[in-house]
Design a protein around this ligand. Structure first.
Ligand code: BGC
Length: 715
């Protein structure tokens, strides 16, 4: 049992400086099976006899500080007679800058390792090697590893071993691996290497990605390799990474004589371009490649259309997900955040569930949410909760951000039929509802609290990040929505939900009585989509008019955007929804595509037509939130949507909504019953549908229902 081992550290444990542990293992008998159970405070990289153990990058992952996952690796085939087990531990998420005001002096906050090697011999005997004072440690050639800042590796550096020091850290926090491993997924060769106008040498990988790079070079001892990365070039074509804020996003390497081949082990970057600050020779494409990292989630959804730009948007959404599903759902992978912002995950989770199987991925994250939920029931706005800035430790939730507690588990139920997660999360949901009740200034609404509002809405007053939609209205709508989910979940679990039904009714009445007029696009969208408008037809007309008068363009932020096209198509304005989807003038999804985006931008106006940036203060070019539009394409445009009464596509109803604005559109979704394909196209002035289902299904075309059997059907 790993808990029998001791937590060990380097007696002089410095911030950002990785520790190298070593244990010699001599084998004298024949081995049947050998296992390494291991975890760390910080991130670890383990090797046996110079070969990496396992393929989990940045193990043991990012969890609540209330637990640390351990991993088990089968190392039977890695052992010989004399072995070196080497483990390097960096600050990682545990105590790097992401938790930068954690007091480094505290014993329990040192980076540390705990491990056991269990060897079962062929003669039936068992030997256990546990971390203790007998292990050695030293400073590593990896002189610095920090998630925001990057790595410094000195291949000429040598240190001598000292005995590891035990530390006291609660071993009850050690739990089995629950999440999905982060793994290397694919590699990209440079598309071009060029000199920028200011003389910098820049490598372009052609794709904004999350991961690291590998290089090789013949060098003299002491030669340097130095890179700094960025996502975008400025309007003159020069390197620009001011939007990384305090993340240095650097890499430095000191060569030994001969061939140097290296890839980082304890850092990752979000980047498309790389500035070559130093390289021993003139850098060539063969010297370098990028390696894409993300959680090992399986792709399940594919979208394709007749529009090249729209296909690029679909690709950008996928890359946005890849880049931000790195053990936890992050806001962005590049600047000094990379946090599990709950609101971003709330709005993107539906699209995420279509694109990939993210059931296990979210189960782990939701577990961390339960652990980090505050005593009063609030959900920290960042999960796992870090102590990076004040807002991450504020003991409150913003609407939509906090509603991740209800919306995400319920989506896991809808897409995957995951009832277990509802059971596990029900009490967290109820506590969250009680929290809102305890902080609101007016009963049956959620008012008078600090909110993020319609974050980054384009109708924000100047200098503000918050769109001008009424924040009390937004909060109250989501309060009602979350209570509604609690009612549904409670019923599914056979609980008495009377109290929540009454609460839901009261909130509905009060919402309708209090907020009768909707002044912004987002207010109209929420009133329609969440069913709180008294007169839906007139609100829908108003919303449509607002959009048309704005030149078929949106103004919505994080909260309005995910529901905007749904609110339109559900209320008779499907064509307007398509016009927004296919709009390529600023602001729109395809505007960023026209500007060369390869991922989803945080801001509609991240870069203007002159190539000027919005501001360096908050301007990520890889933020998945607006990628939520993919869920409309699956659900409405192609009509593939789970049914609430029989989730996970146990019942299949397909209802596509074609348009004349595209020649064809198709969606493919792999479900546990098999593949669903919904495609429509124009042929000789008619619309043709081609629908494949893995079992009996209903296909609805122009309002007419058709019962179909397993197979492909044409209409
Ligand atoms: C993050 C967002 C997040 C927001 C909330 C930002 O800094 O990048 O995506 O949801 O803060 O205020």
């Amino acid at each position: 049992m790993i808990r029998d081992a001791k937590w060990i550290t380097h007696p002089q444990n410095k911030l950002y400086e990785p520790v190298h542990f070593n244990r010699k293992i001599n084998i004298t008998k024949e081995v049947r099976r050998a296992t390494l159970n291991i975890t760390s405070l910080g991130c670890y990289y383990a090797e046996i006899n110079g070969h990496r153990v396992g393929d989990f990058i940045l193990a043991p992952g990012f969890t609540s500080r209330r637990r640390v996952q351990y991993q088990s690796y089968d190392i039977t085939n890695m052992l010989s007679y004399e072995n070196d087990l080497d483990v390097i531990v960096s600050d990682g998420w545990y105590k790097g800058k992401i938790n930068f005001n954690v007091d480094n002096g505290k014993e329990e906050l040192k980076k540390a390792l705990i491990a056991e090697v269990v060897i079962v011999y062929k003669d039936g005997t068992v030997e256990k090697i546990l971390t203790d004072e007998g292990w050695l440690c030293k400073k590593d050639k990896l002189r610095m590893a920090e998630l925001y800042d990057g790595e410094i590796y000195d291949s000429l550096f040598e240190d001598s071993y000292v005995s590891a020091a035990p530390i006291d850290y609660d071993k009850k926090k050690i739990v089995k691996q629950e999440g999905v491993f982060v793994k290397e997924q694919e590699t990209l060769d440079p598309v071009s290497i060029f000199k920028a106008p200011n003389g910098d040498t820049i490598v372009d990988f052609g794709q904004n990605l999350t991961g690291y790079f590998e290089f090789n070079v013949l060098a003299k001892a002491g030669d340097r390799v130095e890179f700094t990365v960025c996502e975008e070039l400025d309007k003159n074509g020069n390197f620009y990474n001011e939007n990384y804020r305090d993340a240095k996003a650097r890499f430095e390497y000191i060569c030994h004589k001969g061939e140097n081949r290296y890839k980082p082990i304890l850092a990752f970057w979000g980047f498309r371009y790389m500035r070559v600050d130093s390289f021993p020779v003139e850098i060539k494409k063969e010297n370098l490649r990028a390696i894409v990292l993300h959680s090992d989630i399986k792709r399940t959804g594919y979208l394709e259309s007749s529009s090249k730009e729209l296909n690029q948007l679909f690709s950008n959404i996928i890359w946005g997900q890849k880049g931000n599903f790195l053990d936890v759902p992050t806001d962005c992978p590049q600047r000094d955040e990379r946090q599990g912002w709950t609101g971003d995950a709330t709005v993107f989770c539906k699209a995420a569930c279509y694109n990939y199987d993210v059931n296990k991925f979210f189960e782990k994250w939701l577990h961390d949410m339960r652990l980090d939920q505050g005593k009063t029931g609030y959900i920290p706005n960042i999960i796992p909760q870090t102590v990076c800035w004040d807002w991450s430790t504020a003991e409150s939730s913003g609407a939509v951000w906090g509603d991740s507690a209800t919306i995400i588990p319920y989506q896991m139920y809808l897409t995957y039929g995951n009832r277990e997660i509802l059971k596990k999360h029900y009490s967290c949901m109820k506590k969250y509802i009680a929290y809102i009740g305890s902080v609101t200034k007016e009963k049956y609404l959620w008012t008078g609290c600090d909110q993020f509002g319609d974050w980054l809405g384009l109708d924000a007053p100047s200098g503000s990040y918050r769109g001008s939609s009424n924040e009390d209205f937004i909060a109250s709508v989501f309060y009602r929505h979350s209570v509604g989910i609690v009612c549904k979940v409670g019923k599914l679990l056979g609980k008495d939900t009377k109290k929540y039904e009454v609460l839901h009714e009261r909130i509905t009445e009060k919402l309708k009585a209090t907020f009768k007029e909707y002044k912004t696009q987002t207010e109209c969208v929420l009133a329609l989509y969440f069913d709180v408008a008294e007169n839906k037809a007139s609100v829908a007309k108003q919303l449509n008019q607002m959009i048309v008068e704005n030149g078929n363009r949106l103004k919505t932020g994080f909260v309005g955007t995910p529901y905007l096209l749904h609110a339109l198509s559900q209320n008779g304005y499907c064509e307007t929804a398509y016009k927004l989807l296919l709009q390529d003038k600023f602001p729109s999804w395809l505007y960023s595509v026209k500007q060369g985006a390869t991922t989803i931008w945080e801001h509609w106006d991240g870069k203007n037509e002159k190539g000027e940036f919005w501001s360096e203060a908050m301007n990520s070019f890889n933020h998945y939130a607006y990628g939520s539009v993919a869920d409309w394409v699956y659900e409405v445009a192609c009509g593939i949507k789970p049914c609430e009464d029989k989730p996970a596509f146990e019942k299949i109803v397909i209802e596509p909504h074609p348009t004349d604005l595209l020649d064809y559109l198709s969606a493919t979704l792999c479900t546990k019953f098999g593949k669903i394909v919904s495609k429509w196209y124009h042929e000789n002035g008619k619309i043709r549908y081609e629908i494949t289902v893995p079992k009996n299904a209903t296909v609805i075309i122009n309002g007419a229902s058709h019962k179909v059997k397993r197979g492909t059907h044409r209409f």
